[in-house]
Design a protein around this ligand. Structure first.
Ligand code: NOJ
Length: 541
C-alpha cells in the first residue's frame, strides 16, 4: 500500500546552473546567480530545486564528468555559496536536490589518474579494463556519444570502458571500494542539509560489458538497496533515478513503497515516440498522438499503489517541448499552457525545467561551430564521416540537440537576455527580445502565471495527487483527454494537440454533469469545440 510522502505533493524546478544566471559577468551561470533568483522560483510555488552537477569538473560533458565529488566547480562558486543557497532556499520552504553521478567519473579524477598509471595500481580496479581482442576493442559496445565505448590506453596496453565520452570512464561497481566511496560522498552532501538526489543513469551501474548488458544488469537492485541502507534510507528524502530502459514492472522494483530503493524514477518512454523505431534519436519521425496517449496512460495506471514516477516534458537533455510537439510560432503561448495542463493534471511528481515556465523554444545556430554539447559535436562528425549530408545532420540537431535546452535563461530584453553582462558561454536564443521573464512576471495572462496558477490548483486538490487516472476519447487523433477520480471528487482534463479547431463529444455520462472550469488557456470558450491547442481543466460535480 502506498504511504503518503511529502514528495507526492511537490513540484520540482530543475536548474542547469551554467545557463541560469551569471552574477559575476564571466559568461557562466553560478550559485550566487541562483541565490539572486530564488524569489522568482519561489513565486511559482515550487517546493524543490534540482541542481544539475555543481562539482569540480573539466566540463567535457558540462559537469557530468566529475573530477572531485566533494568540491564545488570554481566557475560556479564556493562551498559557502552552496551552503547559503541551501539556507536561503530553506527559508522559502524550498528544498535542494543535488545531482549524483555514480556511473562514471572524469578521466581527470584522481582515481582514474592513478588507475591508468599501471595495471597493478591500487585504483586500477575502480574502473573497467579489458585486454585487446585480436588487436582491437574487446567487443562492439557503442558509446551513447557516438563511436566505440572502449578507449585504448597506450601506457598500460588495455582498453577502458566509457559508455559516454572517452573523458567519462565507467566506474566498476562490482568493486566494494567504489561503492563505499560513493556512499561516503553521498553522506557528505546529505550532512549539508540537502533533501536528496537526482541520480544520473542509475540503471547502468550494474552493467556487464562482456555480455553487452549496459542497463538493468543482474546486481543493479542489490546495489541500489545497499546504497539506500548506507545513505538516504529511512530519512524521508527524495531520490529520483534517471532510467531510460525501465518498463513499469522494473519501475515497481525501483520505487517499491517499502522504501528499500528510490522515491521515484523518471518516466521517459514517450520521448522515443518521435524517432524511427530501432534507430537513434536523430532519426526523426513525427509524433503520433494516439501513441503518446497510449504510453503516458500506461504509466499513469500501471504503478498505482505500487510505486511513483517523476513527470516531465523537458530537461537539459531534451529539445524544448513547444518546438518539439507543439508550435513555437503563432500558437506558442497557448501551446506552452496546453502542455502544462496536460502534465499537471497527471499522477506523479511534476518537474519544470528552467525556461519551460516562459515557453522557451529550440534554437537554430547557423553552423556546428556554435554548438557546445559533446554529444552533438560527436554526432556531427560521426554522421558526416558516414556520408550524411550537412543539411540532414543539422536538421537532426535542430530537432533533437541538447543545446536546444541549454541556451541561457531569458530574463529580460536586455543584451544577452539579461543572463550575463559578459560573453555568454553559449549563444542566447535571439528570441529573447520577445520571450523573457521580465515581460511575463507581472502579466496575469502569461505562461509564467499560468504555471503559478496550475501549481496552486494541484496543491489544493488531493484528487490530482492520488486520484485514479482514466483516459477518455481514446481514439481521437487530435484530443488528449482524461479524468482523475478520488472518492466523489472528479477532474476532467481536455487538450487539443491540433493547430486547428476540433469538435468533441464527451461520453454521455459526463456530458450531463455540472462542470466548473478551473483553468484554461483561452479567454472565450465554445461548447463542444476546442480552439487550436486549447486546454481546459474542469472540476466535475
Ligand atoms: C544523463 C545526463 O542527464 C546527461 O546530461 C549526461 O550527459 C549523461 N547522463 C552522462 O552523465
Amino acid at each position: 500500500m502506498l504511504q503518503k510522502k511529502w514528495w507526492h505533493r511537490s513540484v520540482v524546478y530543475q536548474i542547469y546552473p551554467r545557463s541560469f544566471y551569471d552574477s559575476n559577468g564571466d559568461g557562466i551561470g553560478d550559485l550566487r546567480g541562483i541565490i539572486q533568483k530564488l524569489d522568482y522560483i519561489a513565486n511559482l510555488g515550487v517546493d524543490v530545486i534540482w541542481l544539475c552537477p555543481i562539482f569540480r569538473s573539466p566540463n567535457d560533458d558540462n559537469g557530468y564528468d566529475i573530477s572531485d565529488y566533494k568540491s564545488i566547480m570554481p566557475e560556479f562558486g564556493s562551498m559557502e555559496d552552496l551552503e547559503e543557497l541551501i539556507r536561503k532556499a530553506n527559508d522559502r520552504n524550498i528544498k535542494i536536490l543535488l545531482d549524483l553521478v555514480p556511473n562514471h567519473t572524469s578521466d581527470e579524477h584522481a582515481w582514474f589518474v592513478e588507475a591508468r598509471k599501471s595495471r597493478d595500481n591500487e585504483y586500477r580496479d575502480y574502473y573497467i579494463w579489458r585486454d585487446p581482442v585480436d588487436g582491437h576493442e574487446p567487443n562492439d559496445l557503442k558509446s551513447t556519444f557516438s563511436g566505440s565505448a572502449w578507449e585504448y590506453d597506450q601506457a598500460t596496453g588495455q582498453y577502458y570502458l566509457h559508455l559516454f565520452s572517452k573523458k567519462q570512464p565507467d566506474l566498476n561497481w562490482e568493486n566494494p571500494r567504489v561503492r563505499n566511496e560513493m556512499y561516503d560522498i553521498m553522506n557528505f552532501w546529505l550532512d549539508k542539509g540537502i533533501a536528496g538526489f537526482r541520480i544520473d543513469v542509475i540503471e547502468m551501474i550494474g552493467k556487464k560489458p562482456d555480455e553487452k548488458i549496459t542497463t538493468n544488469g543482474p546486481r543493479l537492485h542489490e546495489y541500489i538497496r545497499e546504497m539506500n541502507q548506507r545513505t538516504f534510507g529511512k530519512k524521508e528524502l527524495l531520490t529520483v533515478g534517471e532510467c531510460w530502459d525501465a518498463d513499469p514492472e522494473i519501475a515497481k522494483i525501483y520505487t517499491n513503497p517499502d522504501g528499500s530503493e528510490l522515491s521515484m524514477i523518471f518516466q521517459f518512454e514517450h520521448f522515443i515516440l518521435d524517432q524511427v523505431q530501432g534507430k537513434e534519436k536523430w532519426d526523426l519521425r513525427p509524433l503520433n498522438l494516439l501513441e503518446l496517449k497510449k504510453v503516458l496512460s500506461k504509466w499513469q495506471t500501471a504503478l498505482k499503489d505500487s510505486g511513483w514516477i517523476g513527470l516531465c516534458l523537458n530537461n537539459h537533455d531534451l529539445p524544448r517541448i513547444v518546438s518539439r510537439w507543439g508550435n513555437d510560432g503563432v500558437y506558442r503561448e497557448v501551446c506552452a499552457k496546453m502542455f502544462a495542463t496536460l502534465l499537471y493534471g497527471m499522477w506523479g511528481t511534476p518537474f519544470i525545467y528552467q525556461g519551460e515556465e516562459l515557453g522557451m523554444t529550440n534554437v537554430k545556430f547557423p553552423s556546428i561551430d556554435y554548438y557546445k554539447d559533446v554529444e552533438t559535436i560527436n554526432l556531427y562528425h560521426d554522421r558526416l564521416a558516414k556520408g550524411y549530408s550537412e543539411e540532414e545532420i543539422m536538421n537532426s540537431i535542430y530537432a533533437k540537440g541538447r543545446d536546444n535546452a541549454r541556451t541561457p535563461m531569458q530574463w529580460s530584453d536586455d543584451i544577452n537576455g539579461g543572463f550575463t553582462t559578459g560573453r555568454p558561454w553559449i549563444g542566447v536564443n535571439p528570441n529573447y527580445t520577445t520571450i523573457n521573464a521580465m515581460s511575463q512576471i507581472n502579466d496575469s495572462n502569461s505562461i509564467y502565471n499560468y504555471y503559478k496558477k496550475i501549481i496552486a490548483i494541484r496543491k489544493q486538490k488531493d484528487v490530482l495527487i492520488y486520484g485514479e487516472y482514466q483516459l477518455i476519447l481514446e481514439d481521437d487523433e487530435n484530443i488528449f483527454a482524461y479524468l482523475r477520480k478520488l472518492d466523489n471528487d472528479m477532474i476532467l482534463v481536455i487538450c487539443n494537440f491540433a493547430d486547428k479547431p476540433v469538435e468533441y463529444q464527451l461520453p454521455e455520462e459526463l456530458d450531463s454533469l455540472k462542470k466548473e472550469l478551473l483553468i484554461g488557456n483561452y479567454p472565450d470558450i465554445f461548447e463542444a469545440c476546442l480552439q487550436p491547442y486549447e486546454a481546459r481543466m474542469y472540476q466535475i460535480f
